[in-house]
Write a protein that binds this ligand. Structure first.
Ligand code: TYM
Length: 334
């Protein structure tokens, strides 16, 4: 609890361009929860170097992502928006938690298996212990709730296991966090292969809608989206492409999948795809405009970076000192 409010933590990597999946699975929910909770939203640059990055590019993308958080509607006075690398407590807690995490647990992580297969030439220890750093992110702020897409659920589970294990030894040190998964946007799929998630790193640019895509590109990508030969807008597992488009339309319009089915009853896929494209454009256009304005305001973004890093450090240090004491590190002499 901070000032009587429950705490929320979440983060995104600044690698690649953000997709509609990132927006619908995470960012959109962040916006609806930010009044109710004391929120920490991190640009998780420490996680990014588990795969090779071009330094100047990573720096640029990290700043762009932080700017995008604000453009999406997160007020940096009410929400703590900061770079993970500016708060050394993440690494310090991560080390301690490494000593309370089993190799067997980490071996089971599907994201590790996927990434190791993709980057076979660089299966580094950081990639393996990635979920422990993620646990440190969350536990450092004593987060009650963590809004994420479905692909991060396994990492939330291990975070809860680590917290419970630590608490069982040392008493109630950590809040055990709950995941928050949205109803319709939790797993946005590729437009070209709807059995796969929409991903920043997809080689086929038509598979993903990027948040900075212009309206024509968005409309074109939806027109090309893979569907099926059923010719009916129905929300059922046999039609994964259509289900995905219904989910996207639902998130944009606030309509339930059943309402979407009714709206498009008897109408063709062409009509439906156009409507989905237009709905997405109407969500992304204002975001892109605010982003362009904010990007020009260097001093403002700099002040957000500075003030919020201080705030995050303040709360992180509180937890870290408590944990250091519990595990038996000597007290600091003032
Ligand atoms: P990242 O950067 O891959 O993704 C950021 C958020 O977007 C969600 N997401 C999706 N949701 C629905 N459909 C999709 N196709 C889709 N693709 C991505 C992700 O679930 C995530 O919520 N390890 C994390 C970042 C992280 C983090 C944390 C998150 C680091 N520490 C602590 C929460 C709490 C990651 O790489 O997310």
């Amino acid at each position: 609890m901070i000032d009587g409010k429950k705490v929320l933590f979440s983060g995104m990597q600044a690698t690649g361009s953000l997709t509609l999946g990132n927006y619908m699975g995470a960012l959109k929910n962040w916006l609806t929860l930010c009044e109710e909770y004391e929120c920490f939203y991190s640009v998780v640059d420490l996680h990014s170097i588990t795969v090779r990055q071009e330094p100047a590019e990573l720096r640029k993308r990290a700043r762009n992502l932080l700017t995008l958080y604000i453009a999406a509607g997160l007020d940096p006075v009410k929400n703590c928006l900061y770079y993970q690398s500016h708060v050394s407590g993440h690494c310090e807690l991560s080390w301690i938690l490494n000593c309370f995490t089993y190799m067997g647990e980490l071996n089971r992580m599907t994201q590790f298996k996927d990434k190791a297969a993709k980057h076979a030439d660089n299966i580094n220890a950081g990639l393996f212990t990635y979920p422990v750093l993620m646990a440190a992110d969350i536990l450092l702020y004593q987060a009650d709730v963590v809004p994420v897409g479905k692909d991060q659920l396994q990492h939330l589970e291990i975070t809860r296991d680590i917290a419970q294990r630590f608490n069982a030894i040392y008493g109630d040190v950590f809040t055990v966090p709950e995941p928050y998964i949205g109803k319709t946007g939790a797993s946005i799929k590729s437009l070209q292969a709807p059995e796969k998630k929409m991903s920043k790193s997809d080689e086929n640019p038509n598979a993903s809608i990027y948040l900075m895509d212009d309206p024509d590109t968005i409309m074109r990508k939806f027109k090309r989206a893979v569907t099926d030969s059923e010719a009916q807008v129905r929300y059922r597992p046999e039609q994964p492409g259509i289900c995905n488009l219904i989910n996207i339309y639902s998130v944009c319009t606030g309509k339930s999948p059943e309402e979407v089915e009714k709206e498009f009853d008897g109408r063709g896929y062409g009509d439906f795809k156009t409507a989905v494209g237009e709905a997405v454009v109407s969500v992304l256009k204002p975001l892109q405009e605010r982003y362009a304005d904010l990007s020009r305001n260097k001093d403002y973004i700099d002040s957000v970076i500075k003030n919020n890093a201080e705030k995050a450090n303040h709360y992180a240090t509180k937890t870290l000192r408590k944990v250091q004491k519990k595990v038996g590190f000597p007290e600091r002499i003032r």
